[in-house]
Ligand binder design. Structure first.
Ligand code: G3P
Length: 218
C-alpha cells in the first residue's frame, strides 16, 4: 500500500520523505490555507516546492466548481510538474472534468467521495485515484472503513484501474484496516504513520539487548 502524506506543510513532507516511506502527497484548499498559502501565484509556487521534495504523485485541488473553470485550473496545475494530479470534487461538473482530463492523459483524483455509487462514477470517468473520506464518515457515526471494502469489491468485480486512495485517515488503526482490505493508497498525517512504529515490546526488547551488550563488553 502506498503512503501519501495529507498536508501542505513542507517540513512534514521533507521529514516523511527522508524517512524513506513516502509515495506521494495530497493537499486540499483547507490544508493550503492552514499553511497561510494564498493567491494563485503563491499556490502554484507552493505546489512546485512540494514537487521538488517528493518522488511520487502530488494532488492539487481545483477551486472552480464549473466545468470550464476546472479545466482551466487543472491544466495550469498539471503544467507545473508531471507529478501533479488534478484533484476534483465529486460533483456533476467534476465527473465531466475528470473524463476530460483522463482522455488527455492528465492524472486525476476524485475527492469528497462518501458512497460506493460516487466511487463507481469516478472509475467510469477514468479517474486515476478515488478519495473516499474514512475519518469524516466515522465522525458522523457511519463506517468509513466499510466504504473502502465496498469500493474494493466493486472495482475488483469489473477490473477498474482507478486506485482507491483512502483519505481522511486519522490514526494507525485506519491505516492497518485499509491495508487489510487492500486499499491501493492511504493518505493521512505524518503522526499516524509514525504511530505504526510504536510497540512497548520493541522498546523493552531493545533496552534489554543494549544492557546485555554493555555488560558483556564492560
Ligand atoms: O485531503 C482530504 C482528506 O484527507 C481530509 O482529511 O482529516 O480533514 O477529514 P480530514
Amino acid at each position: 500500500m502506498k503512503f501519501f502524506i495529507d498536508t501542505a506543510n513542507l517540513k512534514d513532507i521533507r521529514e516523511a520523505q527522508d524517512l524513506g516511506i513516502l509515495d506521494g502527497v495530497t493537499t486540499n484548499p483547507s490544508l493550503m490555507a492552514k499553511e497561510g498559502i494564498a493567491g494563485v501565484d503563491n499556490v502554484l509556487k507552493h505546489y512546485k516546492a512540494i514537487c521538488a521534495i517528493v518522488d511520487g504523485d502530488v494532488s492539487a485541488e481545483v477551486i472552480a466548481t464549473d466545468f470550464e473553470g476546472m479545466v482551466r485550473e487543472g491544466e495550469a496545475l498539471a503544467a507545473l510538474d508531471e507529478k501533479i494530479v488534478v484533484k476534483i470534487p465529486m460533483i456533476k461538473e467534476g465527473v465531466k472534468a475528470c473524463k476530460y482530463f483522463s482522455e488527455r492523459g492528465i492524472k486525476t483524483n476524485m475527492t469528497l467521495v462518501f458512497s460506493p455509487g460516487q466511487a463507481l462514477l469516478a472509475a467510469k470517468a477514468g479517474a486515476t485515484y478515488v478519495s473516499p473520506f474514512v475519518g469524516r464518515l466515522d465522525d458522523i457515526s457511519s463506517d468509513g472503513i466499510e466504504l473502502i471494502a465496498k469500493i474494493r469489491l466493486i472495482y475488483d468485480n469489473y477490473g477498474y484501474e482507478t486506485q482507491i486512495l483512502a483519505a481522511s485517515v486519522r490514526h494507525p488503526m485506519h491505516i492497518m484496516q485499509c491495508a487489510e482490505i487492500g486499499a491501493d493508497v492511504m493518505t493521512g498525517p505524518f503522526s499516524a504513520m509514525l504511530a505504526l512504529l510504536k510497540h512497548p515490546l520493541t522498546d523493552s526488547g531493545l533496552a534489554q539487548f543494549l544492557e546485555d551488550h554493555a555488560k558483556a563488553n564492560s
